[in-house]
Design a protein around this ligand. Sequence first.
Ligand SMILES: [Fe+2]
Length: 291
Amino acid sequence: MARIQDRHPAGAPGPWFVDDRCIDCDAARHVAPGLVERNPADGVSYFVRQPETPEEVAMAWRAVEVCPTRSVGHVELRRPERPAFPHDLGDGVHRLGHNVESSFGAHSYLVVRDGANVMVDAPRWTRKVVEPVADLGGVDLILLTHRDDVADAERYAEHFGAVVWIHADDRSAAPYATALFEGEEPVDVADGVVGFPVPGHTKGSVLWHVDGNLLFSGDSLAWDPQRQQLMAFRRACWYSWDAQTESLGRFAASGLSFDRLLCGHGWSHDLDAAAFHRHLVELVERMPGQR
Ligand SMILES: [Fe+2]
């Protein structure tokens, strides 16, 4: 629970606050843009202004329930009338919230589909996720993007009887995974679901391409809202920047297009597929210069 006595001193006066345990993971800013921002003085989150409209209050509650250190709070301990998550993002995609510190606050998602419901990475194990996900039809496949963001995938897999996919090179983070693939060739794991290996951020990182237009990128690719372009995390590249450059180049040439980018870390974004492709080619051209 957020600690009012430790609220960020720069936060806007009012009932909503962020305490000083914030780890600068960005998750709350993604779900409450314009309300929760990064304080340039110390790099952690604070409320730049208090929410006013019902939609802004809903955004603030999402910030409470997405924060992995539970640093976002309200002075009264009331709960929202409606659960903050899953948050329906359209196209059957739901952000699951309840991010965990072991994943450094990475986001996870559920895609409700005619064929098989898909969970991409996993949140904290909580009935606040289990119950609504059950109401949405449960989980058939859990697609892990890489070793960092597995969180409580094992418990969700057991509970829903889901098949768990991970690349063999990151398998040690999910030894319970029931389905593996190897090498650099993309794999069709179900109707409309393609795993595209992108070694770089980690050796076993994967882009999951779903239903022809959704791209779940884990920590391999994100949108840079300041520069309005795609980005990869040079300073959070744990395996090989050369490999990441090469693998994102292979993906750009693969013909797999997307108009919705949904990230573990970093900013998700919607854009028409041709523009995303152009940005991806430009990113791959820039990457060798980022040393
Ligand atoms: Fe990661």
